[in-house]
Design a protein around this ligand. Structure first.
Ligand code: NI
Length: 390
């Protein structure tokens, strides 16, 4: 088996869709034009189309008799990044950019929807889930809360993300943790302002912040089993306006990532304990707030085996890493895998020179892999549902 010939022959059209979406990026819950683009196509191919789940989500349903039901999911949102590329299909929306390849994900799933509507050999139901707001806004969770799996029931759900650094023509996946949980924290250290020349008259929150940041480095290095993976990064620090004034307040922010629910709870607790302890010793006070992040993406064994075998049938065993290393970035497909069995895989976006990482102003989705991604979706759906005997 290889890339499906008819899909490969439609490479130019897939590319045109992808570049149109790239030129018109929309942020979380604002994917109005994108949703319209998707819904019109699904409707034209004869799918039953539902719009408006999680504001801008679109579901296309393809039903052929009774049988199993599978969900295939693509994300549609862009990032608040100003694109640095100058090619013809660059973003037309200042400060917004498809820097994570969700334009490609949407185009690949559309390609599969059309092929399956016209030629699909299966018996059962396919739900094509076009999800809004993957980037930080948790659109998957909102879709679930609004009844995604009650209204559009599935026996399993599958996702796919492009991955720069992985060669085009390759796939990677693993059973168990594939991507990390993420919890963001914000801290406010309250000191007592003073003249910069008279520190003994105040409580210095800048000095306290420095100690808090240093002490937080010991949580992963000293409190976590070295055989378990975790990252705590302080990524924001704000405080002070003058060279000669000790400020009242310093604010810190950052994120905690790991693969295990118990460890996740421990790390959140430990960050608060360490920050509180340091500040108390220095006479300052601290308030720590978390905003609920994404859980870890955990692939189910049976569905991962299926995903690997489908990928292997298309590109050969040598091009499928079925036991790939997990990555510490996070993804809200995790919420779907908490509700339903399934698997999330990476499709290579290209490696070597010019393989720009996602979330970068120079990034672009690799159009050459569009037919391969569509083929994976088609063969996965047909394999999961079983080929119709009619
Ligand atoms: Ni992404």
């Amino acid at each position: 088996m290889q890339v499906i010939a008819e899909i490969q022959a439609g490479q130019d059209e897939l590319t045109a869709w992808r570049r149109h979406l790239h030129s018109h990026p929309e942020l979380a819950y604002e994917e109005v034009q994108t949703a319209e683009f998707v819904a019109q196509k699904l409707d034209a191919w004869g799918l039953r189309v539902h719009r408006g789940l999680a504001t801008t989500g679109v579901i296309g349903t393809l039903e052929r008799g009774a049988g199993r039901r599978v969900g295939l999911r693509a994300d549609m949102d862009a990032l608040p990044i100003h694109e640095a590329n100058t090619f013809e299909h660059r973003s037309r929306h200042d400060g917004k950019m498809h820097a994570c390849g969700h334009d490609g994900h949407t185009a690949m799933l559309l390609g599969a929807a059309r092929y399956l509507a016209e030629h699909g050999r299966f018996e059962g139901t396919i739900q094509f889930i076009f999800q809004p707001a993957e980037e930080a806004a948790g659109g998957a969770k909102v879709m679930i809360d609004e009844g995604l799996f009650e209204t559009f029931p599935v026996d399993a759900v599958f996702g796919m993300h492009n991955w720069p650094g992985l060669d085009a023509g390759r796939f990677a996946m693993r059973t168990g943790p594939m991507m990390a949980s993420m919890d963001c924290f914000d801290m406010e250290i309250q000191g007592h302002g003073a003249h910069g020349a008279l520190p003994h008259n105040g409580v210095d929150p800048v000095a306290a912040a420095a100690q808090v940041i240093s002490a937080l480095q010991t949580v992963v290095s000293r409190n976590v089993n070295p055989l378990e993976a975790a990252v705590i990064s302080v990524t924001k620090i704000h405080g002070g306006d003058a060279h000669n004034v000790i400020p009242d307040i310093v604010q810190l922010g950052g994120a905690i990532r790991c693969f295990d629910d118990e460890l996740r709870a421990f790390l959140c607790r430990r960050v608060v304990e360490v920050a509180n302890g340091v500040c108390e010793a220095l006479g300052a006070t601290i308030v720590v707030n978390f905003n609920s992040g994404y859980p870890a993406v955990k692939n189910w064994p049976e569905q991962t085996e299926l995903a690997a075998s489908v990928a292997t049938a298309i590109v050969g065993e040598q091009n499928v890493d079925a036991a790939s290393l997990p990555v510490m970035v996070s993804e809200d497909f995790a919420f779907m895998l908490k509700e339903k069995p399934g698997c999330y895989i990476f499709i290579g976006n290209g490696a070597g020179e010019g393989a720009c990482m996602i979330h970068n102003p120079d990034y672009d989705f690799n159009d050459a892999i569009l037919p391969l991604g569509s083929t994976y979706w088609v063969r996965l759906a047909e394999s999961f549902l079983g080929v119709s005997s009619r």
